[in-house]
Design a protein around this ligand. Structure first.
Ligand code: NAP
Length: 251
């Protein structure tokens, strides 16, 4: 049972974040649906409230310190002290190393690494005060290396070290930290990758599925299921782990 827990899911207007937010809502948590554009969160909020849950749309840029501070304070005031945090917001700015701009490097580091740091630093005080917490960070199979993603793979590998250190520092407060490393999941992000490569999405899906042992692409709900487990009351002895959710072994 996960009653009376308040969760923040970043980048939850769509894709994997929206699926995680809906799932934590159906698990009985109050959910802050956080994304850059507050209005864009309406669909996820309505899905949660329509199913009998409680949710709040929060507009914030996870890479901006003042925005993060204000957002976490607002969640604590309007929904309850956040003791579950899912750092899911993400962007891609793919290019081969020799063509990659400093702006594209910085933008990716800003959202994934700086964003997860700022959100976690702001939220952990509520977890420590409550003596209970769950942090889930979205890594990726790209952490193992992926052509055209030197910025993204470095950020996603960085999140694995970030996760393990959180687990070590926050364990004494009954706060766990784990990472999920998804493989190929069907969202707007992967549609954008197909477009960059000039491959129709349907063909891209088929090519991807052929490489995946279970023979299909992942869906956002595959990731939401794993996040639900890691955020559950019973997962308190699982910490500092990276779970590859990729339809087969990856590391
Ligand atoms: P998505 O469909 O592109 O959704 C990402 C969400 O994050 C968007 O709503 C986006 O808002 C939001 N966002 C971006 N920058 C933000 C910021 N600075 N502050 C707050 N929100 C921000 O991506 P997805 O495929 O669901 O991916 C979710 C996470 O899983 C990401 O961390 C991604 O790297 C990771 N992942 C995805 C896959 C995959 O195959 N899809 C695989 C491995 C890992 P806007 O729409 O306003 O930009």
């Amino acid at each position: 049972m996960a009653q009376h827990r308040t969760a923040i899911v970043t980048g939850a207007a769509r894709g994997i974040g929206a699926a995680i937010a809906r799932r934590l809502g159906s698990d009985g948590m109050q959910v802050a649906v956080l994304d850059l554009d507050e209005a864009a969160c309406a669909g996820t909020v309505e899905a949660i409230t329509g199913a009998g849950g409680e949710a709040l749309a929060v507009g914030a840029d996870v890479a901006d310190e003042a925005s993060v501070t204000a957002a976490v304070e607002r969640v604590a005031d309007e929904l309850g002290a956040p003791t579950v945090l899912v750092n899911n917001a993400g962007i891609i700015r793919d290019n081969l190393l020799f063509k990659m701009s400093v702006d594209d490097w910085d933008a990716v580091m800003g959202v994934h690494l700086r964003g997860s740091f700022l959100m976690t630093r702001a939220a952990q005080q509520h977890m420590v005060a409550a003596g209970w917490g769950r942090i889930v960070n979205l890594s990726s199979t790209s952490a193992l290396g992926n052509r055209g993603q030197v910025n993204y793979s470095a950020a996603k590998a960085g999140l694995q070290g970030f996760t393990k250190t959180l687990a070590i520092e926050l364990g004494r407060f009954n706060v766990t930290a784990n990472a999920i490393a998804p493989g190929f999941i069907e969202t707007e992000m992967t549609a954008a990758t197909a477009e960059r490569l000039g491959i129709p999405f349907e063909q891209f899906r088929e090519m991807a599925a052929q490489q995946i042992p279970v023979g299909r692409m992942g869906q956002p709900d595959d990731i939401a299921h794993t996040a639900s487990f890691l955020c559950s009351e019973g997962a308190g002895f699982v910490s500092g782990q990276v779970i590859y959710v990729a339809g087969g072994p990856k590391d």
